[in-house]
Every structure is written in structure tokens, then in C-alpha cells.
Design a protein around this ligand. Structure first.
Ligand SMILES: [Zn+2]
Length: 94
């Protein structure tokens, strides 16, 4: 007896509309008795979310770092006399 091919149970929203429909992919995994395709497998989704989160964190950290750098620069530059501000030789290495 052949087992019926289960479909993914996930509802998906069509892009550009509010209608949701069932995912049309064949199920690859069963989680808590529900069938999911490779894309909607909660484990795979969690993994993707985590990767997304990590990328986002990296981006945020980079921004924070940049902000810190700017603050330090501002702090370092605050004692430069106004008449020396136009003198780029102060800031540039030869
Ligand atoms: Zn699916």
C-alpha cells in the first residue's frame, strides 16, 4: 500500500494580496504530527531566522562601532583650535 503524499500544512500569503492559501509543496518532514515542506519546516525556519538575526546583529554592532568611533573622534577633535581646523596636515599622515 502506498502512502498518500502529504502536502505542507503551512498557510502562505500570496505576495501582493491578503489571501492565504495552503503551501503547495510536498511535505518533507513531520513536526508535532504536522507535515511541512523543506521551506516551512519550523526547524529550518528557526535556523533561517537565527541567521537573519545574526546578520542583523552584526549590522547593528557595526553601526554601534561606527557611532563610538565618531564620538571618540569628536572628543579627540574638540581641543583643536578653530584656526587649525582647516589645516588638513594635522589629520593626514604623509
Ligand atoms: Zn510549505
Amino acid at each position: 500500500m502506498e502512502t498518500k503524499k502529504e502536502k505542507c500544512c503551512q498557510n502562505v500569503v500570496d505576495s501582493g494580496s491578503y489571501h492565504s492559501r495552503k503551501c503547495s509543496h510536498n511535505a518533507k518532514v513531520v513536526r508535532n504530527g504536522k507535515h511541512y515542506c523543506g521551506i516551512h519546516d519550523p526547524v529550518a525556519v528557526a535556523k533561517r531566522d537565527k541567521q537573519k538575526q545574526e546578520r542583523w546583529d552584526k549590522k547593528i554592532n557595526k553601526r554601534k562601532e561606527e557611532f563610538k568611533r565618531q564620538s571618540i573622534l569628536k572628543e579627540l577633535a574638540k581641543d583643536i583650535p578653530t584656526d587649525k581646523l582647516g589645516d588638513y596636515k594635522l589629520f593626514k599622515k604623509d
